[in-house]
Design a protein around this ligand. Structure first.
Ligand SMILES: Nc1nc2c(ncn2[C@@H]2O[C@H](COP(=O)(O)OP(=O)(O)OP(=O)(O)O)[C@@H](O)[C@H]2O)c(=O)[nH]1
Ligand SMILES: [Mg+2]
Length: 204
């Protein structure tokens, strides 16, 4: 079971990407499970994703890297004993710190037969300057981007070439070692590149 985390700030396009990836990868013959972490009471995103016939688990009641870390491990254990998906795609909340989520899973990797795949962090190409202009948000968004193995500049269909170049420069500046991919789930740009890194990248 290979774990891929799709992280990024609120509204950056995580669920839309997770649904797209789930559909593409399962239609290529792989078994896929999707874990969605909702902080609120109503797991809206989970309901949306379920329509596509994938294995979907909602982990509500708090953040999977802190209050409900045990629920995450319990869910992974259940998958390892049952469905045994090839890929487990995790969407944490928009406020989550990706490495904190990874740190919850890492110690259990051997026992649960987990391979750590990339953390893919979305940066909303049209909104990034606004996010980075607030000190507290800047801190969170920067931490999220620094934890990324891959930064996906999301919604590139909705911005100018100049805006896209600015976002790319900001991504490289914040995390020089991350691979940067331009992504639009609306036009499909970058989706096959994201699938390729999901398959190829293994994080020790
Ligand atoms: N233009 C454009 N809009 C997109 C794209 N992907 C997602 N969106 C829109 O962005 C908004 C947020 O998308 P979601 O996928 O719900 O984002 P999210 O990161 O899961 O949001 P939260 O879970 O609430 O943090 C929605 O209105 C989507 O339709 C894209 O590739 N292009
Ligand atoms: Mg979402």
């Amino acid at each position: 079971m290979k774990i891929v985390q799709i992280a990024g700030y609120l509204g950056s396009g995580k669920t839309t990407l997770v649904v797209t990836l789930g559909r593409e990868i399962s239609s290529a013959g792989y078994k896929v499970a999707i874990l969605v972490n909702e902080v609120g009471e109503v797991p809206v995103d989970g309901k949306v994703i379920q329509e596509f016939g994938l294995t979907v688990k909602d982990i509500g009641g708090g953040c999977i890297c802190c209050q409900v870390a045990g629920n995450l491990l319990h869910t992974l254990k259940g998958l390892s004993m049952g469905v045994k998906p090839d890929f487990i795609i995790i969407e944490p909340t928009g406020m989550a710190v990706p490495n904190a989520v990874r740190d919850v899973m890492k110690p259990a990797a051997g026992k649960l037969d987990l391979t750590m795949g990339p953390t893919i962090v979305l940066l909303d190409t049209g909104r990034f300057e606004k996010l980075l202009s607030y000190e507290t948000l800047k801190r969170l968004v920067s931490v999220q981007l620094k934890d990324a193995d891959v930064i996906a500049l999301s919604k590139v269909d909705s911005v100018s070439a100049e805006q896209r170049m600015k976002a790319e420069a900001a991504a490289h500046e914040i995390n020089p070692s991350a691979r940067v991919i331009g992504l639009s789930t609306f036009t499909g740009e970058g989706v096959s590149e994201v699938i390729a890194v999901m398959k190829d990248m293994v994080i020790p």
